[in-house]
Design a protein. Structure first.
Length: 119
């Protein structure tokens, strides 16, 4: 499941975003699992993967998130890619390009697989 998620994240093009919930649905996972996995990326993985392109529902960051260094970095990386924001803490969802993950895993039941086993 982790490998599949990180594979999807690696496919998100520059200047595009995808909501956590959209990734979760494509992987047949709870959104909180997707968010948890991405929040635990090591420094090496975070340098290699465009994790910053995975955004909260509706593109709105909460006040609690805005106080976190990782969120501040995420917003800076998105702005550097030309992703439009409104009021500094919310993406302009009417103007942003949303990436759609493939539906390869819609019916995958992850408990039946080892973490490193391809689905």
């Amino acid at each position: 499941m982790r490998r599949a998620l990180l594979g999807y994240v690696g496919e998100i093009p520059v200047g595009s975003v995808v909501e956590v919930a959209t990734l979760a649905e494509a992987l047949n996972l709870p959104a909180r699992h997707v968010a948890h996995i991405l929040s635990r990326l090591g420094d090496d993985e975070a340098e290699l993967l465009p994790w910053h392109r995975v955004i909260p529902r509706g593109g709105a960051f909460t006040k609690a998130q805005m106080g976190r260094p990782r969120t501040i970095r995420q917003i800076g990386l998105l702005q550097a890619e030309g992703v439009p924001f409104v009021d500094g803490d919310r993406l302009d969802m009417a103007s942003v390009t949303c990436w759609q993950p493939p539906d390869t895993h819609l019916s995958t039941f992850w408990a039946d697989l080892e973490d490193d086993e391809p689905a």
